[in-house]
Write a protein that binds this ligand. Structure first.
Ligand SMILES: Cc1cc2nc3c(=O)[nH]c(=O)nc-3n(C[C@H](O)[C@H](O)[C@H](O)COP(=O)(O)O)c2cc1C
Length: 211
């Protein structure tokens, strides 16, 4: 089992990043071989809507996207972490997601399946952290990630969303979030467990701000 963690926060050791690192430890404890990638270290341009992908289903803009997407496609478990920015994924995450439009084109326009050589039962865990609270604050992330993962034929196995976390490193004071990240990733990285039929959706609310 290969577990790939993608940290999209522009903040080094930000809250979503710390949760991701803990989740990777959880996956490792289940026997997974893990890799951590920080998007801020890569050079990935936004989709320029050239629509070249409509011809063969491949993105023709060349940058760090190509090696990254190879890793994403070949991971058994993708753990994708984002802060909430204006009620959705951060722009760094969205740039990567938009570049995957070619997979949507492949699947729904060209009807060109992904290579059979890719690992079966590819699954993902999504981590998101935001400062405020509110019933709808993770709705947009849920939707965007659902459609992103669907384009890549990755099963959305688990979501871990944490609200009322703002300052750098504040997640470390949360009573359960880091343990939950470890436990969830450990559970879905277990090769004996097939990806769950329904996405495990955990939203942690903590009444007092942890400042
Ligand atoms: C540009 C920007 C937009 C933000 N928008 C929201 C928002 O819409 N809702 C929210 O709850 N928090 C918002 N926040 C707060 C972050 O989600 C919060 O600080 C989070 O802990 C950052 O995670 P990170 O440390 O992993 O980057 C925003 C922060 C920034 C910098």
């Amino acid at each position: 089992m290969k577990a790939l963690g993608i940290s999209t926060s522009p903040r080094l050791k930000g809250n979503s990043d710390l949760l991701l690192r803990r989740a990777l430890e959880g996956a490792e404890s289940a026997g997974a071989q893990t890799e951590y990638i920080r998007l801020a270290d890569l050079d990935i341009a936004p989709c320029n809507e050239c629509n070249n992908c409509c011809k063969a289903g491949d993105c023709t803009l060349e940058d760090d996207y190509q090696p990254l997407i190879e890793k994403i496609l070949n991971a058994d478990l993708l753990i994708f972490a984002t802060p909430i920015f204006f009620m959705t994924v951060c722009s760094q995450a969205k740039i990567l997601i938009d570049r995957c439009q070619c997979f949507w084109v492949r699947k729904y326009v060209l009807k060109k399946p992904l290579p059979e050589s890719l690992p079966p039962h590819r699954r993902a865990m999504v981590i998101a952290v935001g400062a405020t609270k509110g019933k709808k604050m993770f709705d947009s992330v849920r939707l965007t990630m659902k459609y992103f993962l669907n384009a890549l034929d990755i099963t959305p196995a688990a979501n871990l969303f944490v609200n009322q976390i703002d300052d750098l490193g504040q997640i470390q004071k949360h009573p359960t979030a880091l343990d939950e990240a470890f436990r969830l990733a450990q559970n879905i990285a277990d090769p004996n467990n097939p990806p769950p039929q329904k996405t495990i959706d955990i939203e942690l609310t903590h009444k007092e701000t942890q400042k």
